[in-house]
Design a protein around this ligand. Structure first.
Ligand code: CLF
Ligand code: SF4
Length: 533
């Protein structure tokens, strides 16, 4: 691990702390020129890229995003993605990355189980696609940088296109080599490219990147950050000009680029980015990263949300990212990679049946339409109530295992989805990882405080079922456990609960109190543990 003197130096420019960011609801004054929704998505929507539907954007864009779980929040409840770890090398060093772990651009810090050759990767993708018909996207996202390994990345895409033409191709890159590969990206019909952009000012960048490998030599400090910045902007502009959808990932590093990310949002929107995904820094000391070893902390849930909210009105925001492993398989909140090791694939009978995949996806679309209709119905039922602030917004946590429904037992949840509910909207705003409460049939009371910490900013938790003991403890912590909407669509359930909550306030049964902050859990999420199985 390289250590950077630059990372400890004072900034040339000082940015405000997260605490001084504009409050919820304030909007950026962004120019009308340039991309984002203006050229590639729904005009002027704060989050149309991530949560919008066909009415928000041109049909050709909707066709590209409607079943991509990262580019459409709605899709992520129904469709899966997979990554193949064919790109081990990297051409830069980030202070939040340890080479032993997955690329932090796109990954939780957890070792990749198996690095793959392109041939092995294609075999794995076809096997997964035959087992999981809702798997619609293949991404190359590390464990290094996809474009620092261009031959392996593009060989994989070329072979896959021949064998499974219906699967969308996606890459994630730090952007340094991007301008050199735009032609190939277009040649292989890669419709979705993620660029990790943490700064648009090299003075900020030199605190994040100790070095880059450029023009056959190592470049350090301000000069390195300047080159990286210029290449990222050029690559983004080239992709926009060629009609490729781009998503910008930014790692929020408190005290280094927090308020600066608002400027990043503004600049990438100007250059046509479709989505901006602001992710929390993960920096546990045991990961061995420069930041982790030097006490750089990640943001709290409120700090992350404050920056995301301050960017509303700029480039469309993605808030449902799970910071996946470079070999992740499944829906965004789950990881089924263990089911598809090379050994297991050898024993599987693989039948790639395009018609079966299509039939399954048609069923998913029907379910999705029902979800949209249920939300519209619940919104129509909201009304003004005497004595209740019409602008009231609260957060609710939801236990779900997919299909857009409240369909998971409290004790089986390894994450809760967080929705911000008002009388006008039920908006997905994030997720919180938690330790399993139910350990092999009995409740683990020691886990409860950490679960409460993770959803401490929520007024209610919606679950399919919950035992008496956690119910009492949640109530004592001021979080209302709700199981009466089991197996209903999430937004409808959240809005129905909220209508009742407002009714209780209006009738004087309860008083509305603000909630506290919540902790974003650091570290690797390993999917289903033995206890869950
Ligand atoms: Fe993978 Fe990334 Fe493509 Fe998605 S992930 S390469 S765009 S298919 Fe998605 Fe995972 Fe977040 Fe990435 S949830 S880390 S944004
Ligand atoms: Fe690590 Fe990815 Fe940064 Fe490379 S680009 S140093 S692999 S986080």
């Amino acid at each position: 691990m390289s250590t950077s003197t630059a990372a400890g130096s004072m900034p040339a420019k000082t940015y405000l702390s997260i605490g001084s960011i504009k409050p919820l609801g304030s909007r950026l004054d962004v120019p009308d020129t340039g991309g984002g929704c203006g050229t590639t998505g729904g005009e002027g929507k704060a989050s149309c890229g991530s949560s919008g539907g066909p009415d928000d954007m041109p049909s050709e864009i909707w066709d590209k995003v409607k079943n991509h779980p990262c580019y459409s929040e709605e899709a992520h409840h129904h469709y899966a993605r997979m990554h193949v770890a064919v790109a081990p090398a990297c051409n830069i060093q980030c202070n939040y990355c340890n080479r032993k772990y997955d690329c932090s651009n796109e990954s939780r810090p957890g070792v990749v189980s198996q690095k793959l050759t392109p041939e092995q990767a294609v075999k794995k993708v076809v096997a997964v696609a035959s087992e999981i018909p809702q798997m619609t996207v293949l991404g190359v996202a590390g464990p290094g940088d996809s474009l620092a390994n261009p031959k392996k990345t593009f060989d994989t895409f070329r072979m896959l296109q021949e064998q499974a033409p219906d699967i969308k191709l996606c890459i994630s890159t730090n952007g340094l080599a991007l301008p050199d590969h735009v032609d190939e990206i277009c040649k292989y019909n890669v419709d979705h490219v993620t660029i990790t952009i943490n700064m648009v000012d090299p003075a900020v960048g030199e605190k994040i990147y100790p070095w880059i490998f450029w023009d056959h030599k190592r470049v350090t400090g301000y000069e390195a950050a300047k080159i990286l910045h210029e290449r990222q902007m050029l690559g983004l502009e080239m992709l926009t000009a060629r009609g490729v959808l781009t998503k910008i990932n930014s790692v929020l590093i408190p005290g280094i680029n927090d308020e600066h990310l608002i400027e990043v949002n503004r600049e990438v929107k100007k250059r046509g980015a479709f989505l901006h995904n602001i992710m929390p820094l993960i920096s546990e000391p045991e990961h061995g990263t420069y930041f982790g070893l030097n006490g750089q902390r990640g943001p709290t849930a409120q700090e992350l949300k404050a920056v995301q909210d301050a960017c509303a009105g700029g480039a469309n925001l993605m808030r449902h990212c799970r910071q996946c492993r470079a070999d992740a398989v499944g829906l965004l909140g789950e990881d089924r990679s263990e089911e598809f090791t090379l050994d297991k694939i050898e024993e599987m009978e693989v039948v790639y049946d395009l018609d079966r995949r299509k039939a399954y996806q048609d069923k998913v679309e029907t379910e999705r339409q029902a979800q949209v209709a249920a939300k519209a119905e619940a919104l129509a039922a909201q009304s003004e109530l005497a004595g209740v602030d019409p602008d009231m917004k609260v957060l609710v946590a939801v236990a779900t295992e997919g299909h857009g429904k409240v369909n998971q037992h409290f004790g089986h949840a390894t994450e809760f989805q967080i929705f911000e509910v008002s009388k006008d909207e039920a908006l997905f705003v994030g997720h919180r990882r938690v330790d399993l409460y139910c350990q092999g049939g009995y409740g683990e009371d020691e886990q409860l405080p950490s679960i409460v910490n993770a959803i401490n900013d929520c007024h209610a938790v919606l679950v399919a079922k919950i035992g008496a003991c956690p119910k009492d403890e949640l109530k004592a912590a001021g979080i209302e456990p709700v199981d009466e909407y089991a197996h209903e669509f999430i937004e409808k359930a959240a809005l129905s609960w909220f209508a009742g909550y407002r009714q209780r306030i209006s009738s004087g049964d309860i008083t509305h109190n603000a909630r506290g902050d919540a902790r974003i859990r650091q570290g690797a999420f390993m999917g289903n543990t033995e206890a869950a199985a």
